[in-house]
Write a protein that binds this ligand. Structure first.
Ligand SMILES: [Zn+2]
Length: 255
């Protein structure tokens, strides 16, 4: 039976998830694959195109017909008007990469490319937690801080397509430098990588030095959960009330 549907793909640092979604918002087919994010810029795009083509083939075999639209969500800031990815945290080779143009050439169809947090905000607005609201702010908290903005029922991209990059709103003009070129961005304080940097700075630890055992997970990686638990226990360093000498002693005792 031919049905009205759209194809969507979410590009993560490790995996790609690809789905056929009915116009009512139900996932009718889901496929997974590796994102191969460490490969060259063109190879990463070719992998995305191959996985989309696979989904379209599966859908066709199941009698779904062709999708009405194809959407691709990628991490990192991009110009949604041109489909050019400025930079992507997991794909080092994508710097000013014309992803949409490349995908359209490979697939032979029009493709919409947007930031993953923007796509997430739209999803929550359409079928999720923000259903029925007209003005929505979505924040993604992880290695970085991503954001999506919906105002008056419309996703806001801004002039350059980066209006929703709330992680790069300046909260302290004298704060640490950020990859975006600014200083003291929200991401420097509220993301896992930002918190790790603050902890290292306050303990006076050079990069690569082990962190105190209380704030690492079983694999030795920095743990926001561990830092939060320390703060709840009243640890003054974790609560941001103390720096330097005593903190340095803690670092030595745990390494
Ligand atoms: Zn920034």
């Amino acid at each position: 039976m031919t049905r009205a549907w759209a194809a969507g793909l979410d590009m993560g640092g490790t995996n790609i998830r690809c789905a056929a979604v009915s116009v009512a918002g139900d996932v009718i087919l889901m496929e997974h694959g590796p994102s191969l994010a460490s490969r060259k810029a063109a190879a990463v795009a070719e992998n995305i195109a191959a996985q989309l083509s696979h989904l379209l083939d599966t859908a066709r075999r199941r009698g779904f017909g062709s999708p009405r639209a194809i959407g691709v969500a990628v991490p990192g800031p991009l110009n949604v008007h041109t489909g050019t990815v400025m930079q992507a945290p997991h794909v080092a080779a994508w710097r000013g990469y014309p992803l949409r143009r490349r995908l359209e050439a490979l697939i032979g169809r029009q493709v919409v490319v947007d930031n993953d947090a923007n796509a997430w905000a739209l999803g929550e607005y359409w079928r999720g937690a923000a259903r029925g609201r007209h003005d929505v702010v979505l924040l993604t908290l992880g290695t970085g801080v991503g954001g999506g903005l919906i105002v008056g029922g419309r996703l806001v991209h801004g002039r350059s397509g980066m209006a929703g990059e709330l992680g790069h709103v300046t909260v302290n003009p004298d704060g640490p430098p950020c990859d975006c070129g600014s200083h003291g961005c929200l991401e420097s304080y509220a993301s896992a990588s930002g918190l790790r940097g603050l902890v290292q700075q306050r303990l006076g630890l050079p990069p690569g030095e082990p962190l105190p055992v209380e704030i690492v997970d079983s694999e030795g990686n920095f743990s926001v959960r561990g830092l939060s638990a320390q703060a709840r226990r009243g640890d003054r360093l974790a609560r941001g009330e103390q720096r330097a000498s005593h903190a340095g002693g803690r670092a030595e005792s745990s390494s």
